[in-house]
Write a protein that binds this ligand. Structure first.
Ligand SMILES: Cc1cc2nc3c(=O)[nH]c(=O)nc-3n(C[C@H](O)[C@H](O)[C@H](O)COP(=O)(O)OP(=O)(O)OC[C@H]3O[C@@H](n4cnc5c(N)ncnc54)[C@H](O)[C@@H]3O)c2cc1C
Length: 374
């Protein structure tokens, strides 16, 4: 006999938890099903934790819209719920003439997307803000910031639970089907169970394609390809050269590396881009030369030994396009024909920033008419 609930959410990363909060606040009975034995064990805790302002996304894309709304929602939610964050600002740094020619295009793109607060900085101001930075021209984004992602996830879960949501850990979703009365999913783990629900949100991140493919009734042609890209970080061991987000443009060089302070002020470099065909998070010293070379272009005072290996994440992409060009894919019945089901694919950057806006969007796709299960 299947147990019945209004809404099942697969995945307790930041997207699943934001959706759980949104649906629970709207009065729905929500169960979050997570394969791991804790929340946020994958991409949501393996990223840059940057609150993106919405600068370089393709105009008209879901990313362009949801990142702006998501940023606004985060800046409201974080202070109200004690989530560590800092509106530290981001310096888009041209290191040479080639990079400088890119900056007006970035500013214009941001303005097309509705982000109108970016400004070019006078050199003296840049030197005052970031004395260790070597630069040619700087475009400043004051609304970019950083966030404690784990505190965010705990706060989202907390508010969801206060409104009746339940979380089941160590519960991998193995498959499911469309049944006459709604949707059914088979959950493995020690307490294997079949759950019946009226709405199902597949927020399984790196596992989203696998979950969708295991759902009888979801047309296979609607499940996009998955392209994995690993990104690793190195950390400044004992120095704090920068206090803001520093995004150097590649300019004449093929690649670059970004800088992000965390909430404690520790300075991280990365991520780089490594194609991969599996989810694994090892980081080894062999990447150090790339990080030193990239960092030296804008941090001339860096010395050997300043950087130590940090951590890695895997981008859940649907193509090899850059994150700014590769849009989120959020499918409802209009695409796959299954009422009540929303599949989220390719929720790479800026998914963290957009999380609460994605949750609003998913709620609107599922419809406000959902009623509590008897
Ligand atoms: C290197 C890197 C840097 C990034 N930097 C930023 C940034 O600075 N700013 C920003 O806005 N975004 C950033 N992002 C993007 C952001 O981290 C993601 O968009 C976001 O974390 C995705 O959250 P999620 O909940 O979809 O995925 P996840 O956090 O991966 O959560 C999915 C959950 O589903 C669970 N799951 C999977 N399969 C199953 C199953 N079968 N049954 C049950 N549970 C299952 C997993 O265990 C996991 O807990 C970055 C991403 C990467 C990789």
């Amino acid at each position: 006999m299947a147990e019945t609930t209004d809404c099942v959410i697969i995945g307790a990363g930041v997207i699943g938890l934001a959706c759980a909060r949104e649906m629970a606040l709207a009065g729905h009975e929500v169960v979050v099903i997570e394969a791991e034995d804790a929340i946020g064990m994958h991409t949501s805790s393996r990223n840059t934790s940057c609150i993106h302002a919405g600068i370089n996304y393709l105009p008209g894309s879901l990313k362009a819209r949801l990142v702006l709304r998501g940023k606004e929602l985060l800046y409201q939610f974080c202070p109200q719920h004690g989530v560590g964050h800092r509106r530290c600002g981001k310096l888009m740094v041209a290191l040479d003439e080639a990079g400088a020619m890119e900056l007006p295009r970035l500013k214009a793109n941001a303005e097309t997307n509705g982000l109108n607060d970016m400004e070019f900085l006078e050199p003296a101001r840049v030197r005052e803000m970031e004395p260790e930075l070597r630069f040619h021209t700087v475009l400043y984004s004051p609304s970019s910031g950083i966030i404690d992602t784990h505190e965010l996830m705990l706060a989202l879960l907390g508010e969801a639970e206060e409104n009746g949501a339940a979380l089941a850990l160590s519960s991998p979703v193995l498959g499911g089907r469309v049944s006459g009365a709604g949707l059914e999913i088979d959950v493995g783990g020690k307490q294997a169970v079949t759950l019946r629900c009226r709405s199902l949100i597949n927020a399984a991140g790196l596992g989203a394609q696998k979950v969708a493919a295991a759902m009888d009734g979801v047309p296979p042609a609607t499940v996009p390809a998955q392209v994995l890209q690993k990104g690793i970080y190195f950390v400044a061991a004992s120095k704090r050269p920068f206090s803001r987000l520093i995004y150097p443009l590649p300019g004449a060089h093929a690649t670059t590396v970004h800088v992000s302070p965390d909430i404690s002020g520790a300075v991280r470099f990365g991520p780089n881009t490594l194609p991969t065909d599996r989810v694994e998070y090892s980081v080894d010293e062999s990447h150090a030369p790339f990080f030193y070379a990239a960092a030296r272009r804008f941090w001339p005072a860096i010395e050997d030994g300043d950087l130590v290996p940090g951590w890695a994440g895997v981008r859940p992409k649907t193509s090899n396009q850059r994150a700014s060009r590769n849009d989120f894919i959020i499918q409802d019945k209009k695409v796959h024909g299954v009422p009540g089901l929303v599949n989220l694919y390719g929720i790479e950057s800026p998914g963290l920033t957009s999380s609460m806006a994605i949750a609003e969007h998913v709620h609107s796709l599922i419809g406000h008419g959902l009623v509590r299960a008897a």
